[in-house]
Design a protein around this ligand. Structure first.
Ligand code: NAP
Length: 279
């Protein structure tokens, strides 16, 4: 039962109606016997600063931050931890003594999902589609895990160039995804990752431009989207015989780390995972 003592956590995004995070966290909080509630907080673009200030004012313990606010939110926080700084995006806020501290748990969540599917990263080549906040977490995780080369295709080459400059080491090459040279990178790709929202509910027919016949046959194909579980992108890949994983493992993995940051307790992964298979 929610009382005056119940601690509050939320998810800030626009839209947030599709998010399974409230169900996932509320199930894990109940399982752990913690007096918390996790609520969706739809925040329109242009109202993020007020929303973050409102979290402290309303006595929230923390929040998740999702599309489209993960980069912009950094400027409204009191401090940002080193991983979030390297990713350049925040997906988790912890509020203690009125101070909002930003973290990023997506990189750890993504690499954990690859490991659970036995997809190796060290000395492999990855191709990313999209260069937004989630792609930053993916790149950060891949670099940390010893990737050999990363190619990024995006609709806006200039934005992607800026993105690549934020990561040292010279392992990233950027392309306009309509260029033939980008499609040629697929021949040596070990892990292909959709980091755009193309194909997410309700726009199920959308998919990023990939010449599937060019993709290395043994490549694993990942989509960060988890709603629907099988995007058009993953459906095509699966039909072509690739190992596919959706964004579920990353979402649960980042949620486990965030839950621990808020409560000091590690939740049961299975309890969180069950939420995805109940529907
Ligand atoms: P973001 O920061 O807004 O970045 C989105 C990227 O996709 C940008 O490169 C953007 O290009 C591109 N893009 C957006 N709409 C497009 C369109 N219509 N055509 C072509 N490119 C488009 O978003 P994000 O936070 O990175 O999230 C991306 C996806 O990952 C979302 O589907 C989100 O739900 C998912 N995600 C999943 C998890 C998980 O745990 N599974 C975690 C985070 C995110 P421009 O820069 O040109 O706009």
């Amino acid at each position: 039962m929610i009382t005056g003592k119940t601690k509050k956590i939320g998810i800030i995004g626009w839209p947030v109606g599709h998010s399974l995070s409230p169900a996932m966290h509320n199930a894990a909080l109940a399982d752990a016997g913690l007096d918390y509630v996790y609520v969706p907080l739809p925040v329109q673009p242009g109202q993020l600063k007020e929303a973050v200030a409102g979290l402290s004012a309303l006595g929230f313990s923390g929040a998740n931050v999702t599309i489209p606010h993960k980069v912009e939110v950094m400027q409204y926080l009191d401090d940002v931890d080193s991983t979030a700084r390297s990713v350049g995006a925040v997906n988790t806020i912890v509020i203690k003594e009125g101070k909002c501290i930003g973290y990023n748990t997506d990189a750890q969540g993504f690499i954990g999902a690859l490991q659970r599917s036995n997809i190796k990263v060290a000395d492999k080549q990855a191709v990313l589609l999209g260069a937004g906040g989630a792609a930053r977490a993916v790149v950060s995780g891949l670099l940390e895990a010893g990737i050999k080369k990363i190619s990024i295709g995006a609709r806006n080459r200039l934005k992607a160039d800026d993105f690549a400059k934020d990561f040292a080491g010279g392992l990233i090459t950027v392309y306009d995804w309509q260029d033939q040279s980008f499609q040629e990178t697929l021949a040596n790709c070990d892990i292909l990752i959709n980091c755009t929202p193309l194909g997410m509910t309700p726009k199920l027919e959308e998919t990023p431009p990939v010449e599937w016949t060019k993709l290395k046959k043994t490549a694993a194909v990942c989509d960060l989207i988890y709603n629907p579980p099988l995007t058009k992108f993953l459906d095509i890949a699966q039909e072509a015989g690739h190992l596919v994983i959706n964004g579920e493992g990353m979402l649960i993995g980042q949620g486990v780390v965030a839950f621990h940051l808020w409560t000091g307790i590690l939740p049961d992964y299975k309890i969180m995972e069950n939420i995805f298979h109940k529907k």
